[in-house]
Write a protein that binds this ligand. Structure first.
Ligand code: AMP
Ligand code: MN
Ligand code: MN
Length: 333
């Protein structure tokens, strides 16, 4: 394990903070580095850029980065605030205030996890059930549907005027983490309404982030879905369905095409749990898990070295695809 703040901070140093303290820390910062999680999605990037735009307007020097890959996924390039992104290797070594957004553990920072140890202070802003409280200050709202929803609450307390640019970033995280408003709770639509009322084009944002794929996506889906497997006895008889995306199928497709597969596989009615195994360039695998009702996949993913939410979680593995399936079936019981 690398020597990160996760291991060097004593439990006494770490504490939960609430919105007022988080706002005070940000307001008084002399410079801020915001880190998003590796293989970023629109929630981590939307949260990071919205917060960065606010700090920039207040005259506080700010940079935003993520550990991998090198480029921002194409679907997120229209988000306001991308001028504040810096490549991972340009992130300062000794940062004043380091803020992480939508990261459940230090490992989610990838190669930037080493920046935790030398940071003047750390603030973790997140909504993952599995969050390890790896910052000195931890603002974690497990009930929030997205990290952008937590950031919106912070802005309200801060007296920030949420204009169209900020709303665009916040809406991006909200629409993706709620599965286009399928996983909602009281208040979700109220926030969406406020953001839309700033004049942003909700349809365009959702289409760009979630509903746009090159033609090559279709043959990839055909190969991957054509070999999907149903294991009816898994998860105590509630069933597991899984699909395997090998490098050979991926070609030059973007991460957006790969990440979309789980949303089709998980609709299988005969299975409570769905998994997609995604082969990385280096031969390792990242695994997406989804469940529908009574299986908490954040616990299963946590046991296998990852984390996430009750109904959506993930982990990485270095063994073969067959071994991943065997250990997954075993963990599901
Ligand atoms: P994904 O399947 O990649 O969309 O991820 C679903 C959820 O699981 C997200 O909330 C992720 O933050 C979390 N997650 C995915 N992969 C990992 C991992 N390797 N370690 C911890 N959490 C993960
Ligand atoms: Mn995320
Ligand atoms: Mn999120």
């Amino acid at each position: 394990m690398t020597h990160t703040q996760e291991t060097s901070l004593s439990d006494l140093d770490r504490h939960e903070v609430f919105l007022p303290q988080a706002v005070a820390v940000l307001e008084n910062a002399t410079s801020v580095t915001i880190l998003c999680h590796v293989q970023p999605d629109a929630d981590t990037i939307g949260s990071g850029l919205a917060l960065a735009l606010v700090l920039e307007r207040k005259g506080i020097p700010v940079q935003v980065a993520f550990g991998a890959p090198d480029e921002l996924p194409e679907s997120m390039r229209e988000l306001p605030g991308t001028h504040l992104l810096v490549p991972a290797d340009q992130v300062r070594r000794n940062v004043d205030l380091l803020v992480t957004v939508d990261c459940g553990s230090a490992g989610r920072l990838g190669k930037l996890a080493d920046r935790l140890a030398n940071a003047g202070d750390t603030l973790v802003i997140d909504h993952h059930r599995s969050n390890t409280r790896f910052g000195r200050m931890n603002l974690i709202d497990e009930s929030a549907e997205s990290t952008t929803a937590v950031v919106a609450q912070m802005f309200d307390l801060w007296g920030v005027d949420i204009d169209a640019d900020l709303a665009h970033c916040l809406y991006a995280g909200l629409v993706t983490d709620t599965g286009s408003f399928r996983w909602v709770q009281p208040g979700t639509h109220t926030l969406a309404e406020r953001l839309l009322a700033t004049g942003i084009d909700g349809a365009r944002i959702a289409r760009r982030l979630l509903d746009t794929h090159p033609f090559g996506w279709l043959p990839m889906l055909s190969s991957v879905l054509g070999s999907a497997t149903l294991v009816p006895d898994a998860a105590g008889g509630r069933g597991l369905v899984y699909a395997v995306i090998r490098r050979a199928y991926i070609g030059d497709l973007r991460s957006e095409e790969i990440e979309s597969v789980i949303d089709i596989v998980r609709t299988t009615s005969e299975a409570e749990v769905a998994a997609v195994l995604k082969e990385a360039v280096d031969g390792t695998w990242s695994v997406s898990l989804r469940s529908k009702s009574d299986v908490d996949v954040s616990v299963v993913a946590g046991y296998l070295g990852g984390g996430g939410h009750r109904f959506a979680a993930g982990y990485t593995a270095e063994c073969s695809a067959d071994e991943i399936v065997t250990s997954l079936v075993e963990s599901l019981g």
